[in-house]
Ligand binder design. Structure first.
Ligand SMILES: Cc1cc2nc3c(=O)[nH]c(=O)nc-3n(C[C@H](O)[C@H](O)[C@H](O)COP(=O)(O)O)c2cc1C
Length: 160
């Protein structure tokens, strides 16, 4: 199974999970970058505003990486929850690649709630049902007590 992990992370939590998923599946990986949401209060406000307004910011990929889904059996898309929905750079990515995904799985990190709404909006936007979903709190990731959840998530995609 050829898999690609594509994710956006503003403060590093979703990045930690994405790299763990990549390790479990032996996937290729691609980090989405956007200039609009720097760390700090201004970036936070911009992020909240754009998520609510369903903005589609310009995105690029981290150097040497590509998020092009063709050739992959499954693309695993990761996002932080922003205002009970996906982060705006992930909205841009799915919008740009709609119709090019064979199979999708989603993962997110959050403060405490909003993952169900986030996954529903990602399914609606992509036009595909996710084959697997994983929601983790930032606290769990920081504590390091999330690995068994990642194994369950990746295992369900492998059919084990
Ligand atoms: C603008 C903004 C809105 C957020 N909205 C929510 C939310 O609706 N529900 C929630 O549980 N956490 C929310 N959070 C917290 C993030 O989802 C959480 O900290 C996440 O793990 C950050 O991921 P990252 O470190 O990969 O950027 C929000 C964070 C930001 C910046």
């Amino acid at each position: 199974m050829r898999s690609l992990v594509v994710f956006y992370s503003r403060t590093g939590t979703t990045r930690t999970v994405a790299h763990e998923i990549r390790k479990c599946l032996g996937s290729d990986i691609c980090e989405i970058k956007a200039d609009n949401y720097p760390r700090g209060p201004i970036g936070y406000l911009m992020a909240g505003w754009d998520a609510m307004a369903k903005k589609l910011p310009d995105i690029k990929y981290h150097k040497g990486m590509t998020g092009v889904p063709s050739g992959y059996d499954v693309v695993l898309i990761g996002t932080p929850v922003w205002g009970f929905t996906m982060a705006s750079p992930v909205r841009s990515y799915i919008t740009q690649n709609k119709g090019r995904f064979r199979k999708l799985a989603f993962f997110c990190t959050q403060g405490g709630s909003g993952s169900d709404q986030t996954f529903s909006s990602m399914e609606e936007l992509s036009g595909l049902k996710a084959s697997a979903k994983l929601a983790l709190t930032k606290k769990r990731v920081k504590q390091g007590s999330y690995l068994e959840y990642v194994k369950g998530f990746t295992g369900s995609l492998n059919g084990s």
